[in-house]
Design a protein around this ligand. Structure first.
Ligand code: AMP
Ligand code: MG
Length: 343
């Protein structure tokens, strides 16, 4: 694979409306329009963006990430008319856009011919999201074009939630990273197929199945093998994984059982309550990292990918991670953790 070699510039951008912010956005927008890649913060995770209407530019995303070509991208927009250029909005799509855009919801809709095949992996649909992060929205506006963007990590690794994570994976491969600080949510967007009467949940996220059911009357799960409703193709790959082996444990007792089968004490990434119980069982404090207060799933979501990346940096071979109930945001957290734990 040939890949242009770049000196990757990282520009901090706190206020898009400031003079410095405007200058950074003008530079980033010019790069997007010229067919280059720019990494940028969103409210979910950092994205790796290209002009969604430029097939050659979008192809660079797949090369930089090592992403399989059959895994389609999300097109990011900053207005409804921009979305209408890409997709046919159904009544359900309009209802959800009204309630949740801008925000962490991606909608899969029938595509229009203007969208290149490389974005959609040649599916008849396109995934569209209007992000709420001010830098993301301002970058799309400055570029004057929708931006196709997956998470800005090397394929398979935990998604980046800080600019430094993007630099770990993309240094030398892209010209610019916009640094907007740590992200708010920490997990990728909820993805729903909105072609039918009810949303079909293709990937769980911050906007939960419970919330979608409340607004739409129902929220379906994809039926395996239903050609009319393919699950988000990306979900079949190993994902979100550090190099060490991840084990899931629902409580301290389960964590101790797993540790007992390993030759060396693993790293524990757990809640404060589990941490206390592990300490009481005599496990060394140096092997225990408290990530969140028990029950604070928003905080857990925010920090889990960074914790998995830190475990990589420390060359941890075995990582025991706390499982949480699969409801609300816990469904999205467990979706990522199960993939991270896949052998
Ligand atoms: P990423 O941007 O890396 O978080 O991945 C985007 C997710 O959306 C992946 O799981 C894709 O498979 C999914 N996706 C994107 N476009 C479509 C589409 N047209 N139909 C179904 N899933 C899609
Ligand atoms: Mg991703």
């Amino acid at each position: 694979m040939t890949m242009n070699s770049f000196t990757t510039q990282i520009i901090a951008i706190n206020d898009p409306a400031s003079a410095a912010g405007q200058a950074a956005l003008a530079q980033a927008g010019a790069l997007i329009r010229a067919g280059h890649l720019v990494a940028f913060p969103t409210e979910t995770v950092y994205g790796l963006g290209a002009d969604a209407l430029n097939a050659a530019a979008v192809a660079k995303i797949f090369a930089a990430k090592g992403r399989p070509a059959d895994n389609p991208l999300i097109a990011h927009i900053c207005s409804l008319p921009m979305g209408e250029r890409l997709a046919e909005f159904t009544p359900l799509a309009r209802l959800l856009a009204e309630r949740y855009w801008p925000g962490p919801l991606t909608m899969v809709m029938p595509r229009r011919p203007i969208v290149p095949d490389v974005v959609t992996a040649s599916l008849g649909t396109v995934a569209v999201r209007w992000p709420s992060h001010p830098v993301a929205a301002a970058l799309i506006a400055a570029s004057g074009t929708p931006i196709a963007a997956p998470s800005a990590n090397t394929s398979g690794r935990p998604s980046p939630t800080r600019a430094g994570h993007v630099a770990e994976d993309m240094s030398g491969k892209i010209p610019l990273i916009l640094d907007g600080g740590a992200v708010d949510i920490g997990l990728e967007s909820t993805v729903v197929d909105v072609r039918g009467q009810y949303p079909v949940l293709l990937r769980p996220g911050k906007i939960t199945a419970e919330q979608l059911t409340e607004l739409c009357g129902n929220c379906l799960l994809p039926r395996p093998g239903d050609a009319q409703r393919p699950a988000a193709p990306g979900m079949k790959y190993r994902h979100y994984a550090p190099r060490g082996q991840v084990y899931l444990a629902e409580d301290a007792a389960a964590a101790l059982l797993i540790a007992g089968r390993l030759a060396e004490t693993p790293l524990f990434l757990v809640s404060d309550r589990t941490a206390e119980q592990l300490l009481n069982q005599g496990l060394p404090a140096s092997r225990i990292k408290t990530l969140f207060h028990t029950g604070d799933l928003s905080r857990y979501a925010q920090v889990i990918f960074a914790a998995l990346r830190d475990a990589d940096s420390e060359n941890e071979a075995n990582i025991v991670v706390e499982a949480v109930p699969e409801q609300g945001l816990g469904r999205a957290i467990m979706n990522r953790l199960k993939k991270a734990a896949a052998k």
